[in-house]
Design a protein around this ligand. Structure first.
Ligand code: SAM
Length: 244
């Protein structure tokens, strides 16, 4: 009989402790402990061949900052591919990459393995992407100091889609974006909190009514805040939605 599918992730970084901290707790931490996710963090400096473990150098053509060298990343990817026994998907984190979204997470969750390369400084020597056949992915139109947080963001979004990782899979299918719209609003006890009451229908015990209310609330919220999701062209909508 087939056991659960184990999803394999590798992350190459000069700051392994940052990744370890981000993976230790919560849904991902528990899934690792239960053996559903196999995550390995690789210190880029261990793939250098010089005495000082140098991973960066000055930019050709001059200009500010330093550029990460291609070779240590290349050696890391080769070692990972050998260990994993296949090419897998290699993701170069970059603000210049395609914008990561739920559809991308769903596609990556079907890969046999995903490896993230975390840039720092001005970024990584441009030749690496082509040399290792990487895809460039961005988590949004802002610039972070490194690819560690983007790698953790992508890994977390993908891990939630792996069967068994989130306890009740209905949470995942109801999540925002999964069904092409935003999630409905959630409430918990007390029923009246600081003078604010939860919508009456949620206390009725009437499952059909509750279901209908939630569908309508999700629809109203999506139309107000993210009508682009309904038209099938995701992108942020400026300004405040009416139910904010
Ligand atoms: N000079 C680069 C530019 O303007 O595109 C920015 C380099 S950034 C300071 C250093 C590294 O952080 C990048 O190489 C990338 O790995 C990561 N990074 C920064 N912002 C990111 C984003 N929005 N999405 C994915 N990776 C990002």
């Amino acid at each position: 009989m087939d056991g659960p599918r184990i999803v394999v992730f590798d992350i190459v970084t000069i700051f392994p402790a940052m990744i370890d901290a981000g993976l230790a707790e919560g849904v991902v931490g528990r899934a690792r402990a239960r053996g559903l996710l196999d995550v390995a963090v690789h210190d880029l400096r261990s793939f250098t061949t010089d005495r000082h473990h140098v991973v960066d150098d000055m930019p050709f053509g001059g200009g500010p900052g330093m550029v990460m060298k291609a070779e240590p990343f290349h050696l890391a990817v080769e070692a990972i591919r050998e260990r994993r026994g296949g090419p897998g998907l290699v993701v170069m984190t970059s603000p210049a990459g395609r914008r990561f979204d739920q559809a991308a997470a769903e596609r990556m969750a079907r890969e046999t393995s995903v490896t993230w390369l975390c840039g720092r400084y001005e970024g990584v020597d441009e030749r690496l992407v082509d040399a290792v056949g990487a895809e460039e992915w961005s988590i949004g139109d802002y610039v972070l100091s490194g690819g560690e947080l983007p790698a953790l963001v992508m890994l977390d979004a993908i891990a939630r889609l792996v069967p068994g990782v989130v306890g009740d899979e209905r949470s995942v299918s109801n999540d925002s974006f999964s069904a092409g719209q935003l999630d409905y609003p959630h409430y918990t006890r007390p029923a009246v909190w600081r003078g604010r009451a939860v919508p009456e229908v949620l206390l009725s015990g009437h499952h059909g009514e509750i279901e209908r209310w939630r569908r309508e609330a999700a629809d109203t919220r999506t139309r107000a805040r993210r009508p682009d999701l309904l038209s099938g062209t995701p992108g942020l909508v400026e300004g405040k939605g009416e139910d904010r």
